[in-house]
Design a protein around this ligand. Structure first.
Ligand SMILES: [Zn+2]
Length: 280
């Protein structure tokens, strides 16, 4: 395989921990060069920082995810600044806006058990603070956005932005906003979900994106491929959920290259340049 880069994943998440030794071997075998490992709340910052010290392929990224925004603690932004200053190679993420968690999620969804969901206005405040840090320290911001693209655009237009740009990970926004986001400095990453029947619009967006803004991600351990193209099956997690092995980045490149009508080598060469420009 050509050199591969994963623009968004969570190697430190619990479901992957019991399989870590095997995963490390598999990542080496497929030719993974670098992967952005995203913390999603304060307790994960030291964990991701330690992984980055241990493994040279890890690009650490620290932030507070919109799902975790409601449980941030006093002084969080200053602590985040200190974590970033301590590691000039670290990015900011996963940060963003999520309206689904506010008014779309079912109250018995286990993913919101025990968390205080922040309303959108509060998410915006937390997001803006982190975007400000990204601009001030010239770090790449990795952004999650679900059902809040209008609000996202307003915030991005009104905020200082990092000169190196930002990532809209797993882009699920409308086609007509792509150019506006790109003009503000956006890169767009896509994962294997693009193969799914309900993602026709996303596939079309992916086909039309400027090549110099394209990135590939797994979002592992979430978003597993369908069993027929999952080359690295792992036993289900404690909650019975399927787990996406980070080495599925290889099959993701193959799938996305086919969708763009490119060879894997051509796509990989372009993604390598894009990844280095944004993150390294
Ligand atoms: Zn993620």
């Amino acid at each position: 395989m050509p050199p591969l880069y994963d623009a968004h994943q969570h190697f430190h998440f619990d479901p992957l921990t019991p399989h870590r030794a095997a995963i490390l071997k598999d990542l080496q075998a497929i030719g993974l060069q670098r992967a952005v490992v995203n913390a999603t709340n304060e307790s994960e910052w030291p964990v991701v920082a330690a992984l980055a010290r241990e493994y040279t392929w890890v690009v650490p990224s620290h932030g507070i995810h919109p799902w975790d925004a409601g449980d941030r603690t006093e002084g969080w932004l200053e602590r985040l600044r200190a974590v970033l200053v301590a590691d000039p190679t670290a990015g900011i993420g996963e940060i963003g806006l999520d309206r689904w968690i506010v008014d779309g999620v079912r109250p018995d969804d286990p993913r919101i058990a025990g968390i205080r969901v922040a309303p959108l206005a509060e998410q915006i405040e937390v997001f803006q603070g982190q975007l400000g840090l990204a601009a001030e320290l010239n770090r790449a911001a990795s952004i999650h956005c679900v059902q809040a693209f209008g609000a996202l655009l307003e915030v991005l237009q009104a905020s200082p932005r990092s000169p190196r740009g930002f990532l809209l990970h797993g882009y699920g926004g409308p086609a007509e906003m792509i150019k506006t986001f790109a003009d503000l400095g956006a890169y767009f990453s896509f994962n294997i979900q693009l193969e799914g029947a309900r993602f026709a619009e996303r596939r079309e967006n992916f086909r039309n994106l400027p090549l110099d803004r394209l990135l590939v991600e797994t979002d592992a351990p979430t978003k597993p491929p369908t069993p027929d193209c999952n080359r690295f099956p792992l036993p289900p997690g404690a909650d019975g959920a399927e787990i996406n092995h980070p080495a599925n980045i290889a099959v993701t490149y193959e799938s996305l290259a086919k969708l763009r009508g490119l060879s894997v080598e051509t796509l990989a060469a372009q993604v390598e340049k894009n990844f280095q420009r944004l993150f390294l």
